[in-house]
Design a protein around this ligand. Sequence first.
Ligand code: DX5
Ligand code: ZN
Length: 324
Amino acid sequence: MRRSPRQRDTVSTARARVAASILNADLGNLAHAVKRAEREGADRIHLDVMDGHFVPNLTFGATTIKALRKRTRIPFDAHLMISEPGRYIDEYLDAGCDSVTIHVEIKEPIEPTLRAIRAAGRAAGLCVKPKTPLSALEPYQHLIDIVMVMTVEPGFGGQAFMTDVAKAKLLAARQYLAHKLHGGEIHVDGGVNRDTAELVGGQGVDILVVGSALWLKGRDMAREIRLIRALADEGYQYTLNKGVPPIPRDRMVTFASLRRPQARTLREEVEAAGIPVLLFRASEDPAEMDDEIRHWDVLIPASAEAAAKARFSRRRTALKRASA
Ligand code: DX5
Ligand code: ZN
């Protein structure tokens, strides 16, 4: 079998990200499954937790996730298809999930669970089943970092993608993340593969959950992941972005170049608004220059540049003046 190069050795320039669902992997060897998904280039692991009550199927829980956490370094997205996430949330946080998404259709209070997830410094998500309108998210929108849209009925992998649901909801879901200057994510879950990736990319999706398509016997998983990412970006570029290629997710740009005290002030304010910042010694200044005198580049993700400009342009000008 042809071996694909290790993703870790390459830089992904894509906008779209693939979260590998292990639901259709060999459940008897999940450690191997997560290690393989990482090696083959998945950006995340998507963990489908089912309780046999909220959905008519049963999978694994927090103990299994905790055990798997040690086996890979890529982020864990937990998708809790359970009736009482509030009762168990601490266990999922303790297991090391980077994000936890719960369903908006549950009967128990949702807000305390979302707050608990955020208080632990993780991303909080809400998921809607195909028949649930997006408006169900409204009461919680200020508390969410992720909107997950199901394009199959939850419970099982390998079902057919619901095109109508995708078209009706994916792009519209973005409005529920309007409060986030940076880092809000739309996830699409169910029936995503090389036949549907371009369509969901064209709806502006950030994270494509891919399950059964990755675990088919004889498939080159790495190639499948690359294809799905590329097709999603193709859809984004030509459907949503007027033919302009998307900004690669990992690209940083220099937002300002300031003396150290002003650079630190700007970093604090921009980070408080939810945009990550890096400070680097400005390359124009000689290497031996004193750190207090030299300029420092304030770097932000390129994808957040427009939002940062809208919010911090005047502040940047004032700090530049103070820096001169
Ligand atoms: C379904 C799960 C999905 C599922 C996706 O309830 O939430 O994550 O694993 O699998 P595919 O890609 O096969 O639809
Ligand atoms: Zn899922």
